[in-house]
Design a protein around this ligand. Structure first.
Ligand code: 13P
Length: 238
């Protein structure tokens, strides 16, 4: 069970350090849950420092370039993430795909480089509302999943685009169905993302093929992030 907070473009180093210090003991209170925070790149080192040496909370980046260095203004490489203290990264988040021209091919390149350099990877997939309404959900997921490398350090996050930041959540049944489909294509853990909140986390995480959560808005407050991690621990224990 993985509960990962995706902070998106929130929390500079100062806030990141304070948040990290507040959640450093969370893994001991949420047995069976791998707790992850995906911070802005500039905040990785501060988050690692706030957690201290013995915290089980992992710090990830939100994206990674496929080259190790070079003339790629604005990009960050896997060795740089590692040096900053991250142990993993997101790739292919729908905001990257929709707003910054990310394609299945660039997602593949980013995932491969991250894995080669020793990072863990959460690779995001998911259909838009128009694609779901057109009956294309499975075709879209198939295309997005097909390019992802099979690797023990890669997990997938299913994030229906229509549920991200909208307050709309997939029903537990819809999530379960999509997760089972993704796993039939690529056998790995599959996290659910899209308006996961303390009040729906328990039901979603109780689904047999929902192996964790990728949390946006509700990961920005210590209390709501903790509540979701504790719901994860309950699902593990059940
Ligand atoms: P919200 O939880 O804010 O809907 O964001 C989901 C998400 O995009 C996590 O990566």
């Amino acid at each position: 069970m993985i509960v990962a907070g995706n902070w998106k473009m929130f929390k500079g180093p100062h806030e990141a350090r304070a948040f990290a210090a507040a959640v450093r003991n969370l893994p001991s209170r949420a047995p069976g849950v791998e707790v992850v925070v995906c911070t802005p790149a500039v905040s990785i080192t501060a988050a690692v420092q706030g957690l201290g040496a013995d915290s089980g909370v992992r710090v990830y980046g939100q994206n990674v370039h496929w080259e190790l260095e070079g003339a790629y203004t604005g990009e960050i490489s896997a060795p740089m993430l590692l040096e900053a203290g991250a142990t993993g990264t997101l790739v292919g988040h729908s905001e990257r795909r929709q707003l910054f021209g990310e394609t299945d091919e660039t997602v593949r390149l980013r995932a491969e480089s991250a894995l080669e350099q020793g990072l863990r990877v959460i690779a995001c997939v998911g259909e838009t509302e128009a694609e779901r309404e057109a009956g294309r959900t499975e075709a879209v997921l198939e295309g997005q999943v097909a390019v992802l490398p099979r690797h023990e350090r890669l997990v997938i996050a299913y994030e229906p685009v229509w549920a991200i930041g909208t307050g709309k959540t997939a029903t537990a049944e819809t999530a379960q169905e999509a997760h089972a489909f993704v796993k039939s294509l690529h056998p790995t853990a599959v996290l659910y993302g899209g308006s996961v909140k303390p009040d729906n986390a328990g039901t979603l995480l109780a689904q047999p093929d929902v192996d964790g959560a990728l949390v946006g808005g509700a990961s920005l407050e210590v209390t709501s992030f903790e509540a979701i991690c504790l719901a994860g621990a309950q699902a593990v224990a059940a």
